[in-house]
Design a protein around this ligand. Sequence first.
Ligand code: IMP
Ligand code: MG
Length: 187
Amino acid sequence: MPSYTEEDLAKVLVTKEQIQSRVAQLGEELSAHYVGKDVTIVSVMSGALVFTADLIRVCNFATRLDNLRAESYGSKTSAANPPRITNPLKTGIQGRHVLVVDDILDSGNTLKAIIRHLEQASPLSLKTCVLLDKPARHEADFRADFKGFTIPDEFVVGYGLDFAERYRNLSCIGVLKENLQKAEAHA
Ligand code: IMP
Ligand code: MG
């Protein structure tokens, strides 16, 4: 039986301390890039919630916070099955600097669809920041402007990332034990 805690991890890929120190560095990179600017931070729900909460507190520039949700039919996105934006922004972004924050760049199809969607609103600038990047899985020709960690091709949970909505509350990022990587183990 899973415990839905760190005990379910076979290994930790990124520790809580590594996340904290990298998030602080990203705050410095973003603060240098956006010095004196007013930036709308668009957090992609729900995976980027935890990352965004930490990141905005190390951003030393004016921010607004908004969020959106992207959902695919079925469990996987693909170039032929791009996600739909199901929760539009509450704030206007025309003529504004926009930074999209997401948990992970996997195939890249989600962020690519989000960028296409937001571009239609004519922002002044549009950049992306992801906590994790899995280059082995990229399908879309898409690169993030800012990123936290490059990880190998493994399914990870924790720090906002889920398996069937579980494990988002872990403060590290890791790989589930093999017997827990299947939905039946969680039934
Ligand atoms: P993409 O469209 O394939 O880039 O998918 C991105 C979305 O899939 C992310 O925002 C995550 O919600 C989810 N995802 C991709 N890889 C992982 C993973 O290793 N763990 C948890 N969620 C993942
Ligand atoms: Mg997500």
